[in-house]
Write a protein that binds this ligand. Structure first.
Ligand code: NOJ
Length: 573
């Protein structure tokens, strides 16, 4: 929902680019090894130079940090490691003064187990907040606390069962993420009212909206039935019973009434919605249903999954393109796309879909071009604009992420070779995205004068913000141009999308058109020359180069354009 009475939220953010900050890894002003708000304050001019319109802050609330702040113990405060509410107000004012908006991470599927609500809830079966979470007895006939006695068969996203036994009251609580993240029971109207009040508190403070963590999981099938099982897998799949649950749209409609509709200014709402389909996305964005501005879909970042997210395979470009095209076409007349490669949950795209060796710079620019010239609102994750890469973690002990560590522990306990597990995590761990932002070539990449909470990627001497800002031909300046182009050129913001070569294994080619204006985007996703055999190529012979990662337009050849390795070019007519 954008503002009161606005029934067509889609284009509101069409010309905007969002920048995601993962505060603990962005900039550390006080030298404790963790990024903080004053660190961000020191870098707002950097963000202004990049030109982004909106900043999304990953969680800064008090948290015991089981999941790096996605386990919140107080929704209304700022964790002292990040600073104070006064620092927050200063940061918000500094962004607003530069014409940027700020959206907060809203993590309300679950709290921390150290939140006062949960402490009350677990204190006794008769506590007034008992029903704020999902408490259930052991399976009938089973001995509480014993393996297999959990109330249902669901596995958690972070390995192990989705239930934790609490001996004090003899019942289990549900946690679809770590056991330190108990799920809130949205069936309870008091829970919803408390969340609405908290949201209004942040909006009254002046924030400009929310990125809503796993918002499509807040409604669970109240019976919490067993999920389907897969041979060889220890736990059942709970997803059908809690993703897109029965009361989800009712909860979102209520949130719109109780929160967003009370504000006159433009608010940005983006739902994080794992496993969302195009149909559901249209509904999420429909003012009559979800009322969100846009949602994050996941299909494109699952295009290279083998058996699981820890089994990444070489990318089949045709599959990736088909996914983009289905989403572009599916949201052409309703809803709106969020466009992203990187975030704090994904390994670095340049290592995954590009070439982080000799073609790093070129392929990072190609990925940026292919994504930012689609229809939707692009998201840039800190460091992506430098061409930051995955990390060659030396040992499992170098990993910090709860998901990665639990995965390794469970896999090794089940007999996997630790070296093989390390290789999987080098490619797939979320920690690839979480190492400190590389500001310059000084110790710790200029991130901290203390000891960083996770080691800096050793390639910071070559890849850093100071270097890319000084180089007009860098990945940074390419991103800057894309951000500017989206703002200045309505064909980028709003033009209709058409894919040209769906069967080509190496070239992603599409047009964007609006009235008489047209862009042709050609991207060679390979380190070899490729012929882009687009129909009526000659029509583009005199077109101007709007943006390229090479000097000059690609050569015309019989039947198309001859693209150089990792060439990405946008032609304008
Ligand atoms: C999605 C967040 O992006 C991720 O980092 C987190 O672990 C889960 N939700 C649980 O909050």
């Amino acid at each position: 929902m954008s503002a009161r009475g606005d029934r067509s939220p889609a284009p509101r953010w069409a010309a905007s680019t969002v920048y995601q900050i993962y505060p603990r890894s962005f900039a550390d002003a006080n030298g404790d090894g963790f990024g903080d708000l004053r660190g961000i304050l020191g870098r707002v001019d950097y963000l202004a130079r990049l030109g982004v319109d909106v900043v999304w802050l990953s969680p800064i609330y008090p948290s015991p940090d089981a999941d790096n702040g996605y386990d919140i113990s107080d929704y209304e405060g700022v964790d002292p490691r990040y600073g104070s509410l006064a620092d927050f107000d200063e940061l918000l004012a500094a962004l607003h003064a530069r014409g940027m908006k700020l959206i907060m991470d809203l993590v309300v599927n679950h709290t921390s187990d150290e939140h006062a609500w949960f402490a009350a809830s677990r204190s006794s079966r008769s506590d007034a907040k008992r029903d704020w979470y999902f408490w259930r007895p052991a399976r009938p006939g089973a001995t509480p606390g014993e393996r297999g006695a959990e109330p249902n068969n669901w596995g958690s996203f972070f390995s192990g069962p989705a239930w934790q036994f609490d001996p004090a009251t003899g019942e289990y609580y549900l946690h679809v993420f770590s056991r330190k993240q108990p799920d809130l029971n949205w069936e309870n109207a008091d829970v919803r009212a408390a969340i609405h009040a908290m949201m209004r508190g942040w909006l009254d403070r002046g924030v400009d909206g929310f990125r809503m963590d796993v918002i499509n999981m807040i409604s669970k099938d109240a019976a919490l039935p067993d999920g389907p099982t897969i041979p060889g897998m220890r736990y059942g799949i709970g997803v059908p019973h809690f993703v897109g649950g029965p009361r989800l749209y009712e909860y979102l409609a209520e949130m719109r009434r109780e929160v967003f509709a009370r504000y006159d200014r433009a608010l940005l709402t983006v739902g994080e919605t794992p496993l969302v389909t195009v149909e559901q996305a249209r509904r999420f964005c429909d003012p009559e249903h979800g009322g969100l501005d846009m949602v994050f879909s996941f299909e494109h970042v699952m295009a290279d999954y083998g058996a699981s997210k820890f089994d990444l395979r070489p990318l089949d470009l045709r599959k990736l393109k088909a996914i983009f095209t289905r989403w572009q076409e599916g949201l052409a007349d309703a809803g709106w796309n969020s466009l992203y490669w990187d975030n704090h949950d994904q390994p670095r795209a340049v290592s995954r879909f590009g070439d982080d060796g000799v073609h790093r710079v070129r392929s990072a620019k190609l990925l940026a071009t292919a994504l930012h010239l689609l229809r939707g609102t692009p998201y840039v994750y800190q460091g992506e604009e430098l061409g930051m890469t995955n990390v060659r973690f030396a040992a499992l002990g170098d990993l910090r992420d709860v998901e990665s560590r639990n995965f390794a522990e469970e896999a090794i306990a089940a007999g996997a070779d630790p070296e093989a597990v390390l290789a999987q995590l080098r490619a797939a761990s979320r920690d690839n995205a979480r190492t400190p932002m590389q500001w310059d070539a000084s110790p710790n990449a200029g991130f901290s004068r203390g000891s960083p909470w996770i080691a800096v990627n050793p390639n910071y001497r070559e890849i850093n913000a100071a270097a890319v800002e000084a180089d007009p031909d860098s990945v940074f300046h390419h991103y800057r141009r894309l951000v500017a182009l989206r703002r200045s050129d309505p064909v980028v913001a709003l033009g209709a999308y058409r894919e040209l070569l769906p069967d080509d294994e190496r070239v992603f080619a599409f047009t964007r058109t609006r009235g008489a204006e047209a862009l042709l985007v050609l991207c060679n996703f390979s380190g070899a020359e490729a012929l882009a055999a687009v129909p009526r190529a000659r029509d583009w012979a005199a077109a101007a180069v709007a943006l390229s990662n090479y000097a000059g337009a690609p050569a015309m050849a019989d039947g198309g354009f001859r693209l150089r390795p990792w060439e990405a070019v946008a032609l304008r007519r």
